[in-house]
Design a protein around this ligand. Structure first.
Ligand SMILES: Cc1ncc(COP(=O)(O)O)c(C=O)c1O
Length: 529
């Protein structure tokens, strides 16, 4: 009998998909047995990596070209897939053997912490379930865990636990969220619907010191104020904002028709770990009715210490605070937290309610939808890695680790002082800055150019050697090497090695005949946050 032929339809395609094979098997899926085997091997590789991290090079020192070669960077997108076990082996080798190790005991670069191992496992768990924490409906457990983490973060830094808040990718984003909340609250009309230029008042202005992290420029630029709206308030000799100058500038601006939007104080500046006079600034802001924001991305957790700088006790006075769990709470990247004291401010700033989302709930049990409280819509389950760390060590664990980091920084500062060829420049929270400035070299302004170049070269060599990793900053015109200890793996012998290494490298690079020779100048006093 002749079979009738007919054209294939879309329905046939779906039938073919299912025919004789049980459920659909997509090429990206892994069957549970294979997942288990691959997972065990990967965890085993990671455990070996963590067990040997201290004996590895901090910095593999590969150039961009070398890294591209490792990745066979020029190749096209492969048309066919690769066996997952082969692929994970390759990826583990690539990543574990070719990365700069922020978890190394002698990594003190920038303000990037060692990530907690439990947080790494948490990320695996979070990604395996993959809730979308934009709305309660899509991530009920993750949403409530995020709210708990926000409350606990507030509690840890001495901020009211009734605060509004949201987890974000890091310090920049946390500060942006707070900046936008301040803008919404401080502009005397509805800036969301009418825009900043709706009415002709004078220019808006924001007040901060030059020690503030560069997020402030991005915020002023991106959110419509322009960087010229930033009033850079001078700092005192300890690099803390001069509050009298702040008051003077606010009054002067007001007299000229400017509208102050916010004052930004920093709890732990990025350069030297300085803490602004937060209590005094808060009092001034209250008196002048100006939003007070604290960038505590790095330093706010130090408020937990019994001997914390007194100004950290004033964090609770701010209208908003940024704090980064991926810095001094040792959560793996990315984890920032924006706290806005009045929870309604966040909704007023970010909420829209489109018809394609549901808003069920009772008056007593209103679901939290985080997409209504920040810039993101779809959101990952950031809370889990932070929550695990918080539960693993408790408040006392953080108190101990942060205190140890501060004590190690103090010890480093002292050790530097024992080397006549080194100049210890500042100590704030857990950041130490210093430079190689051997006797016979002019430490005053006229010797700056030579010393800056010398220390730039010393730092580059230190970073290339791969035994320790520091970064740098400028104090005034002085280029200084900067060690920031937010690292639960750092120990006493690690910090004792650093001045010895810098002195040795400096001794080799220094060419006395090229330097300006004069009498030694005394060390500048330490800067305490
Ligand atoms: C005080 C301060 N604010 C903001 C930031 C930016 O944080 P992130 O790099 O997480 O965006 C940093 C980074 O070091 C910082 O130290």
């Amino acid at each position: 009998m002749r079979r009738r032929t007919r054209r294939l339809t879309k329905t046939d395609g779906v039938r073919n998909l299912a025919r004789g094979r049980g459920r659909r098997r997509a090429p990206i899926d892994l069957d549970p047995g294979k997942f288990r085997r691959l997972g065990k091997t990967l965890v085993e590789d990671i455990a070996k990596f963590l067990a040997t991290i201290a004996s590895r090079e901090v910095n593999p020192g590969r150039s961009p070209r070398e890294v591209r070669k490792l990745l066979k960077g020029g190749r096209r997108f492969p048309a066919e897939g690769t066996d997952p076990s082969k692929l994970l082996r390759e990826a583990a080798e690539l990543v574990l053997d070719n990365s700069l190790l922020t978890g190394h005991p002698r990594f003190w670069g920038y303000i990037s912490s060692s990530g907690s191992p439990i947080g790494a496992l948490g990320d695996l768990l979070a990604s395996s379930v993959n809730p979308n924490v934009g709305s309660f409906q899509l991530g009920p457990l993750a949403t409530e865990m995020e709210s708990q983490v926000i409350r606990w973060t507030a509690e840890l830094i001495g901020y009211p636990t009734s605060t509004g808040g949201i987890l974000v990718s890091g310090g920049n984003m946390a500060n942006f969220v707070c900046f936008l909340a301040a803008r919404r609250s401080s502009v005397p009309w509805n800036v969301r619907s009418e825009g900043l230029a709706a009415k002709s008042v004078g220019r808006f202005s924001v007040y901060t010191s030059a020690e503030t992290h560069t997020w402030i420029q991005k915020a002023a630029d991106l959110f419509g104020l322009g960087t010229e709206s930033i009033r850079w308030i001078p700092v005192d000799t300890n690099l803390r904002m001069d509050v009298e100058e702040l008051r003077r500038r606010i009054l002067e601006d007001r007299a000229q028709g400017c509208v102050p939007l916010m004052v930004v104080g920093t709890a732990g500046t990025v350069g030297t770990g300085g803490v602004d006079p937060l209590r005094e600034i808060a009092a001034l802001c209250r008196q002048q009715k100006i939003w007070f924001h604290i960038d505590g991305a790095y330093g706010a957790p130090a408020a937990i210490l019994k001997d914390a700088p007194e100004d950290l006790r004033a964090i609770g006075d701010a209208d908003s605070v940024a704090v980064d769990p991926h810095k001094w709470l040792y959560a793996p990247l990315e984890a920032g937290c924006a706290l806005v004291k009045n929870p309604q401010n966040l909704l007023d700033t970010f909420s829209y309610r489109p018809p394609y989302y549901t808003f069920d709930g009772t008056d007593e049990d209103v679901p939290t939808n985080y997409y209504e409280r920040g810039l993101q819509n779809s959101r990952s389950f950031r809370a889990l890695k932070i929550w695990l760390g918080m539960r693993q060590v408790g408040l006392n664990g953080y108190r101990r680790m942060i205190s140890d980091d501060v004590r190690l920084a103090e010890h480093l500062f002292e050790c530097i002082g024992r080397y006549p060829e080194l100049e210890a420049c500042s100590l704030g929270l857990s950041i130490v800055t210093f430079r190689f400035a051997p006797s016979g070299v002019d430490r005053s302004e006229s010797g700056t150019e030579y010393l800056n170049k010398l220390n730039t070269d010393i730092l580059a060599t230190l970073q290339k050697q791969g035994k320790a990793f520091c970064s740098s900053t400028l104090i005034g015109k002085k280029f200084v090497i900067r060690a920031c200890i937010v690292n639960f793996r750092t120990d006493v012998e690690d910090v004792e090695l650093l001045p010895a290494m810098v002195a040795e490298i400096g001794g080799k690079i220094h060419t006395p005949d090229r330097s300006v020779v004069s009498a030694r100048t005394p060390h500048r006093p330490a800067i305490r946050g």
